[in-house]
Design a protein around this ligand. Sequence first.
Ligand SMILES: Cc1ncc(C[n+]2csc(CCOP(=O)(O)OP(=O)(O)O)c2C)c(N)n1
Ligand SMILES: [Mg+2]
Length: 796
Amino acid sequence: MADDVETLRELEKKILWLASWTIHNANHLRENSDGLKVGGHQASSASLATIMTALYLDVLRPQDRVAVKPHASPIFHAIQYLLGKQTRERLETFRGYKGAQSYPSRTKDTDDVDFSTGSVGLGVAQTLFASLVQDYVRAHGWGLSRPEGRMVALVGDAELDEGNIFEALLEGWKQGLRNCWWIIDYNRQSLDAVVREGLWERYEQLFKNFGWDVVIVKYGSLQQAAFKEPGGERLRQWIDKCPNQLYSALVFAGGAAWRKRLNDEIGDQGDVSRLIEKRSDDALAALMNNLGGHDLPSVLEAFHAATSDKPTCFICYTVKGFGLPMAGHKDNHAGLMTPAQMEVFRQAMAVRPGHEWDKFEGLSLPAEKLQSFLDRVPFAAGKARRLSAPAIDVPDNLAVTIQPTMATQTGFGALLNEIGRGDSAFAQRIVTTSPDVTVSTNLGPWVNRRGLFARKAMADTFKSEHIPSTFNWEFSPKGQHIELGIAENNLFILLSALGLSHSINGERLLPIGTLYDPFIARGLDALNYACYQDARFILVATPSGITLAGEGGAHQSIAEPLIGLAQDGLAAFEPAYVDELAVILRWAFAYIQQDGDAAPSERNWLRDETGGSVYLRLSTRPVEQIERTMTAELAQQIVDGAYWLRKPGPNAQVMVAFTGAVAPEAIAAVGLMAEDRRDVGLLAVTSADRLNAGWSAAQRARERGLVHARSHIERLLAEVPPHCGIVSVLDGHPATLAWLGAVAGHRTRALGVEHFGQTGSLAELYRHYGIDANAIVAAAQAIAPGRPIRHLKALP
Ligand SMILES: Cc1ncc(C[n+]2csc(CCOP(=O)(O)OP(=O)(O)O)c2C)c(N)n1
Ligand SMILES: [Mg+2]
């Protein structure tokens, strides 16, 4: 063990050197790197060098998974470099094009990042939900041949200011969280500031309240030894009372400043003075800087002592910038070492110029010994860290009984209810979740069939007491619905964890999350995070828009269709009819399982083979359904994003393009115009997102010389005469469809909702916001001049 600590100390030095050199190289040495001279990596990385050395090179096992504090990415990459999993080229281009990423990235880095981080707080919560998902998978009898892993977050202390962490903590407690470590880098500094005094005490209480073990790693082994000397207890008391700001300032100022301060405050001409005086300035600084989080023996002991599966929070005292000249300075966040400082550091590390990237340069132990140690590192022993799981077969058709009048939300509930009857692998791998809106988003029938998940079974008391209820809320390890409290951040991070199960647990899940459409905005960064990690899930958002009428402005979503259009990694649909929904949902189950890298399809210019997640914006409005046979061709067009409900004739003067719940208004408007405008066309747009993406991709392809590239919307609008106007309409922001006019140069009037709503009947609100049939006719009259449309009424 002592031997190992000596080796780890050497490697810790090397890791700090490599990380610092990586940053220095990116900022000072690389040509044209001016734009890259930002970032708080240097000081922030140094803060975690010891802890990460201990974890990666000694404590962790292959089954453990880690979310690394964003700015510690150079340390992570340096460790992976030593382990032979990161290339020198990528370190040399750190933060540059196709180089190692500024923040650890599952999708862009190549050295096995387990969880992406960057937006502080989200990676931390991801570990908690990843742990719940591991329990879910194992409780269902899957993946039992692999050992259970720990989900570990390296947490910046200021990350704990993010509310999503506390939402996750509460949920973790409810769900019986296990196997989760949060290691807090308690350097008492954030970006701007030095943190408030005594925060650790609040954290300690807080974590204990939620059933966590709390381990405080405060004093390093040098300090512990000094406390045993005569006068040592006085020194310990002084350290405990020293305000964060002052401690940081003294760390920055160094040995002489420590000596003066300590002599002034606790010098006694006796034991304490002797304790101080027998140390040189350097030795005194080393003692005072020797906080627990920078002392390998202390962190190793703390980690190895935590053997239970209880969630555990380690509060590790550290110094931001430890071992570097900016250590402790409050302005160090974006601080960089100057070339002169780097030169001093290089000499101190005994690294010869030109040998900066050599793995063992400047270390005192023999290279063979160090290499053989690295070859035995348990964490690196496994095969690939990225696991995979075969795709689950999706039925060719999803059965549903379509009522003459039906809402898409009802259709969704009916579709899942039907799936819930079966016991195929497909039905078994679906897992649903919702932040307290399970019943109101129509998941109730599915949950009745499949049950709620909990590691320990819990009967529904209403049922056992024979009190009639529509819903059977029985919890068991085999349940397939995870009920969350009302916290949309938790929903998205849980979806992120469920949607990575194939890669993390080697077991595929088909996750579906439901919520109210407007509250996507509440968890939007977490949704973006899930997409950025390439987690795969289906998001079902309902009710949506002003169509929920009486529910009022606070529940009415306006911008969400634009989110659907713009969010990378998320294919957004807003069907109007239940048969469309059945086609889209079936496609979605297959799409979330794709992971090919084929070129875009020549048909729609979409990269469906690469897959992604899916967002379905649904409605609670019952709409008269169209009786029709679902042909393969129609189904394809629905998935591609649009189809003609009525093709415009060669003399058409106007066409209506609609999305979602306003279908009856669009159809009515076409009817009202029929006598006065020729051959009016009606385009049902099921996915503005996919139409738009295909259009952009086809244009790019043409600009690169593929002259025949045509997207779906270009083909559809090619049938529309040039003089024909387009009126577009949806219950959402009009910009969602306004771009249709740019595809082939048709004059366009885009209708939609731009302002916060109020309560009212559907008819009143559609009239008020100008998305009813009359408003569509008025817009048509304005952009397609001709004789007055006789059914047009004056607008309010
Ligand atoms: C959601 C979010 N807001 C703001 C930032 C910008 N930011 C990056 S690091 C940081 C401070 C981090 O402090 P801490 O977590 O204590 O880490 P340290 O710098 O001490 O290593 C901030 C505000 C961010 N990355 N994410
Ligand atoms: Mg900090």
